[in-house]
Design a protein around this ligand. Structure first.
Ligand code: GRF
Length: 218
């Protein structure tokens, strides 16, 4: 069993450099920015990149004095767009990429450069309810328990290896907004905890080649 990240454990003095890709409000980004400022944080947010101009996430980055860049996908091929992202990430020495509400699918072209170094947070207990609207799907199916998942990104949609999950009960009077809000509270906690675990060396590859987060309570 070895750490997924060869240089783990990272230290407070030389934290893991995380690049965050966003498209929208960025509440998960905010949770990561806040966690990166806690004493003992082993990761830092090196850059925030949005494919959407005017995304509120960019303002959150600015307030935290983190470089905030717009990299639009419009008019570009997927490969050209991904090359722009890769160039910006390289310029900021990014080691791990966190997708925090990033609404573009990344292809193998991007992923091979950051192989098993791209993480996503999803608002459902994968493999249930992939794609958009995790909370809505849980309500439509009558699920009694749903939650959120942090997983490694592969070239499918929400299909990569699961690292951590947290359960959220569906309440009798839940509507989509109420359920989504409680799921997001768990996302914020889980995403930051996962980056800290990754930096600490507690996300490991076992002898069978399976990636998992060690000893993580949800
Ligand atoms: C989150 O619910 C996340 O699970 C999904 O996109 C949403 C982004 O929300 N991937 P925010 O921009 O972090 O508030």
């Amino acid at each position: 069993m070895k750490p997924l990240l060869p240089r783990a454990p990272c230290s407070v003095d030389k934290p893991l450099r995380v690049g965050v890709l966003v498209s929208g409000s960025g509440s998960n980004l905010q949770a990561l920015l806040d966690a990166a400022h806690q004493p003992g944080a082993l990761f830092s947010i090196a850059v925030v990149i949005s494919n959407v101009e005017g995304a509120f996430a960019l303002e959150r980055a600015g307030r935290a004095n983190v470089p905030a860049i717009v990299c639009s996908h419009k008019g570009l091929t997927r490969e050209a767009f991904e090359d722009r992202l890769l160039a910006e990430l390289a310029a900021y020495d990014v080691e791990v990429v966190a997708l925090a509400g990033f609404m573009r699918v990344l292809t193998a072209h991007f992923l091979q450069r950051y192989e098993r170094r791209v993480v996503n947070v999803h608002p459902a207990l994968l493999p249930s309810f992939p794609g958009m609207h995790g909370a809505r799907q849980a309500l439509q199916h009558g699920a009694r328990i749903t939650g959120c998942t942090v997983h490694l990104v592969d070239s499918g949609v929400d299909t990569g290896p699961i690292l951590m999950q947290a359960a959220v009960p569906v309440l009798d009077d839940d509507d989509e907004a109420a359920l989504q809000k409680r799921i997001q509270e768990q996302e914020h906690r889980l995403f930051a905890a996962m980056l800290q675990a990754l930096a600490r060396g507690d996300v490991v590859v076992d002898d069978a080649g399976r990636v998992r987060a060690r000893g993580f309570p949800t």
